[in-house]
Design a protein around this ligand. Structure first.
Ligand code: DPP
Ligand code: ZN
Length: 874
């Protein structure tokens, strides 16, 4: 397979001003008529380039240039393109192709999901629909006519405004849509089906009315309330925060059950994975509700950051994704508990992005090369990309950031641009130099900050020495120092923030936090008038995506956990403290829990002042995957055993407090009408229940059974079910069977049923997962099912997946090979856990390596899987 390099970018030779599409949808085949109005882009070039259009697996039925049919001598066709040697500098090309959406298992281009037709064109799906200049810097106006059977497909949708409709022979009808905004082909969308619609509206700040419609299969219409409310909230928030209004009269969302990703921001016609739209309290958990808010917001925010201003090429993907994830994060923080949100974001970053940055797939936020672009919808591009945007925000403040964003959108509206254009707009709007900051886009790897400090009691001087260092990554042996904002505070012995005055400053900053900017490998910051040796609170709010190394004592961590005014750092201190103890147990054998830790834990458990959701985060021990990241050679079993032992130990010592807190949460939850508050009580209650369940006695087992039986919401039912499944209780089987019986007709709930079994730490989990692949509820062609069963097992259940026999690896490799022939994009995601082979003990590592080699040797491997496997073996 060929590698595409960022440095090889060149502007397109031709542009498409307008494209008229006509889709004739039938059960067995679809015919697509495309009429492209083309124009040469390289008009100063005396030697016109041939016209080369992208197209994959298309059956060409007809081709005409300016009305004259072309014969086979006039063009060349290969597996990925159609080339016409000579075309006039302005011309109309008509192309007729036949495709078979009903056989499309890749879920790229036009395909069937259940009884409907839908599309997914990002990144390069449009070339599976018709021949086109399928690249984001070719922006065309689209007119789309869809013709289909009237009964099967009463609803026919595409981007923009509906401008005409009519009847056709043979019980068929057609609808024509016109999108007034030029757009790249990856934002094209089409949907046809027998769909129900939830309609509402949004009146913009300037007084325009936008009609909002969410389409679903009929039986799901009662699960769209929340998504609609989220959409309206997102529209209001973007107006209030960035003065950005929806530019359409009509905004449509369609929920589909078969979808490779989470959702897609097609202009005016978002297509969503049902997972991120459908919710009722009985079927969806509180975290599903939160995810829906985030994703509905995310896709809406793309309308400006992604659609109005789009990408020059796919290497710039983070230009829209990093920025839009950051906007989504700001939005969800504004809608709920900001600290809890931030903790979850950092958890996610550390669980997904840090390992990626330290492994064979490490790449910069703006990658330099790819074989298959679908492989670069990564944690690095999305999550680290969002952290990069957050750092602009930390450096510039909300106001400066707003000005920068406004300049960027105004300057580049309607254009396809680069990460560098964004950086320049931020720099110019604020009159600052961001050249060095630009290294965040090109340098891979997670930087490490080593911090030392000194205090001189006589003079009141306190000095922080910070050294930054980024480890080598594939293809980047030497790294340069980055421009890093480090937000710090200094705590006195009472736990209060000290006013901060740096050397050469006349006035102290009294807010307690300030941004230190690192630019050199080594930096020194000298604070004056510090009355006593302070405890530094470093990297508040996780102000940069880095690892921090400062020799805190366990006493200091416990102190910060109890006192830091920065909620994120308070949580972080607790995590560092428990990680430290757990890793000691793993390395030196299990000891006792230090009293200071148990005291801090008890205080948290009994705290009735703090937001319960935040307490739940504080009570959660670091994940097995997080602990694994801290070890040179991962001790999978040791980590699992130590973590379980600590959970048990805490539960045994604090069982009274745990039971009291459980009861209090139940009581408070019953009293409140506020749904966010109720969710917070549930979260804490279920965290507490998790500890109680480790006691493995009949009282606690009964508590889980009762909660499962009486729950009126999915959050409580599923939490109890997960604990029952994890226990060796014989009742677990009955509960699982009951759950399935009850929910077998709700695909998203069946996903939870699969996931809960895949994540169980029971020793027979692999056997069960293997069995489940043959269960009627599982379908390897459905990405949600694959992620719930196979993805959850391989990524979320290290203790079972890494079973020393190597059986988990063989099983995964088998499924990857099976899936590669069906849906390569999802298969490539599934193989990732094997790429971490280098971090494991010799026995596991050689088993993992063997499986990678077995996959590699397979003939006819997709580009997607090939790229991940080849890089992993490199
Ligand atoms: N562009 C899509 C998104 O919103 C890709 N799934 O992230
Ligand atoms: Zn996105």
């Amino acid at each position: 397979p060929t590698t595409v390099h960022r440095r090889d970018y060149s502007a397109p030779d031709y542009l498409v001003d307008h494209v008229a599409l006509h889709f004739d949808l039938h059960q067995e085949q679809t015919t697509v008529h495309a009429r492209l109005e083309l124009r040469r882009n390289d008009s100063d070039n005396a030697q016109p380039q041939p016209l080369r259009l992208n197209g994959i697996e298309l059956e060409l039925l007809g081709l005409a240039l300016d009305g004259v049919p072309l014969t086979q001598e006039d063009y060349r066709l290969d597996a990925e393109s159609l080339t016409i040697e000579r075309v006039p500098s302005q011309c109309t090309l008509e192309v007729i192709t036949r495709i078979r959406p009903q056989e499309n298992m890749r879920l790229e281009g036009l395909y069937r999901s259940g009884a409907m037709f839908c599309t997914q064109c990002e990144a390069q799906g449009f070339r599976r629909i018709t021949f086109f200049l399928d690249r984001p810097d070719v922006m065309a106006r689209f007119t789309t006519t869809i013709e289909a059977d009237r009964d099967r497909y009463p609803v026919l949708l595409s981007n923009g405004n509906q401008v005409a409709q009519g009847q056709a022979a043979g019980n068929r009808h057609w609808v024509r849509w016109e999108d007034p905004f030029p757009k790249p082909s990856y934002l094209f969308a089409l949907v046809a089906g027998d769909l129900a619609c939830h309609e509402d509206r949004h009146v913009t700040a300037s007084g325009r009315t936008v009609r909002l419609r969410i389409f679903t299969e009929r039986e799901n219409l009662d699960k769209t309330e929340h998504a609609m409310a989220c959409l309206q909230a997102a529209m209001r928030w973007d107006e209030a925060t960035y003065d950005l209004e929806c530019d359409l009269n009509d905004y449509m969302i369609v929920a589909v059950g078969d979808f490779n990703m989470g959702a897609m921001e097609n202009k005016g016609l978002n297509i969503f994975n049902t997972q991120y739209i459908l919710a009722r309290p009985e079927t969806a958990t509180d975290s599903d509700y939160e995810d829906i808010l985030a994703v509905v917001g995310h896709e809406y925010f793309h309308n400006w950051t992604g659609n109005r201003v789009t990408l020059r090429d796919w290497f710039q993907l983070s230009l829209k994704e990093g920025l839009t994830v950051f906007r989504e994060q700001q939005f969800t923080a504004a809608m709920g508990a900001a600290a809890v949100k931030r903790i979850q974001e950092v958890r996610g970053l550390r669980a997904a992005q840090f390992p990626e940055d330290a492994g064979p797939m490490a790449h910069s936020v703006r990658p330099d090369k790819y074989v298959e672009i679908n492989n670069f919808y990564t944690a690095t591009v999305y999550m680290k990309g969002a952290e990069v945007i957050r750092m602009y925000h930390s450096l510039l403040g909300q106001e400066g950031f707003c000005q920068g964003l406004a300049l960027y959108l105004q300057r580049h509206d309607g254009q396809a641009v680069t990460c560098r254009d964004f950086l320049m707009a931020m720099a110019e709007a604020n009159g600052i130099d961001l050249e060095q900051f630009g290294l965040w886009y090109s340098q891979a790897g997670t930087p490490c900050l080593e911090v030392h400090d000194e205090y001189e009691p006589g003079s009141g001087r306190y000095t922080l020495h910070i050294r930054q260092h980024t480890p080598a990554t594939p293809g980047q042996p030497h790294k340069q120092p980055l421009h890093i904002p480090v937000i710090v505070g200094l705590l006195n012995a009472e736990g209060h923030d000290l006013p901060l005055r740096l050397e050469n400053e006349t006035q102290a900053i009294t807010t307690g936090s300030r941004v230190l900017e690192l630019r050199h490998e080594r930096e020194t910051f000298r604070f004056l008038d510090i009355p006593q040796r302070p405890i530094p609170s470093l990297l508040r709010g996780f102000s940069a995506p880095v690892k921090l190394d400062y020799a805190y004592t366990e006493d200091q961590l416990a102190f910060l956990f109890g006192h830091d005014s920065d909620e994120f750092n308070r949580w972080e201190a607790g995590q560092q403290l428990s990680a430290r103890i757990l890793l000691r147990w793993v390395n030196e054998g299990r000891g006792s829990i230090p009293e200071r830790f148990r005291t801090a834990f008890r205080r948290t458990l009994c705290d009735t002042e703090t937001d319960p959701a935040l307490l739940a985060e504080a009570l959660a021990l670091p994940s097995e995957n997080f602990l694994a990241e801290q070890m040179k050679v991962i001790d999978v079993e040791g980590i699992h055993i130590a973590r379980e032992a600590m959970r048990c130990n805490l539960a045994e010592h604090l069982s009274e407090e745990l039971r009291a807190r459980y009861a209090l949460c139940v009581e408070q939850g019953n009293k409140t009408e506020n749904t966010a508050a109720a969710a917070g009580y549930r979260r804490l209650k279920n965290a507490v229940l998790g500890y109680l369940a480790t006691l493995q006695n009949s009282t606690e087992l009964q508590r889980c059974l009762d909660q499962y039986a009486t729950a009126d919401n999915m959050t409580d039912a599923l939490a109890a079910l997960a604990l029952l499944v994890d226990s060796n209780a014989s009742e677990a089987e009955a509960s699982l069977a009951d759950f399935y019986r009850r929910w077998q007709h709700e695909p998203l709930v069946v996903d939870k049923w699969l996931r809960v079994q895949a994540l169980s730490s029971r020793s027979d989990t692999l056997a069960r997962v293997i069995q489940l692949t043959a269960h009627p509820a599982f379908d390897i062609r459905n990405p949600n099912k694959v992620r719930s069963l196979l993805g959850a097992f391989a990524q979320g259940n290290p203790a079972c997946f890494h079973d020393v026999s190597g059986a988990g690896y063989t099983f995964l490799a088998d499924r990857v090979l099976e899936l590669d022939g069906i849906n390569p994009q999802v298969a490539a995601r599934l193989v990732t856990p094997l790429s971490r082979w280098g971090r494991h003990d010799p026995r596991r590592s050689s088993c993992m390596h063997q499986q990678l080699e077995r996959i590699y040797a397979q003939e006819g491997l997709s580009k997607d899987v090939y790229e991940i496997v080849a890089r992993s073996l490199d």
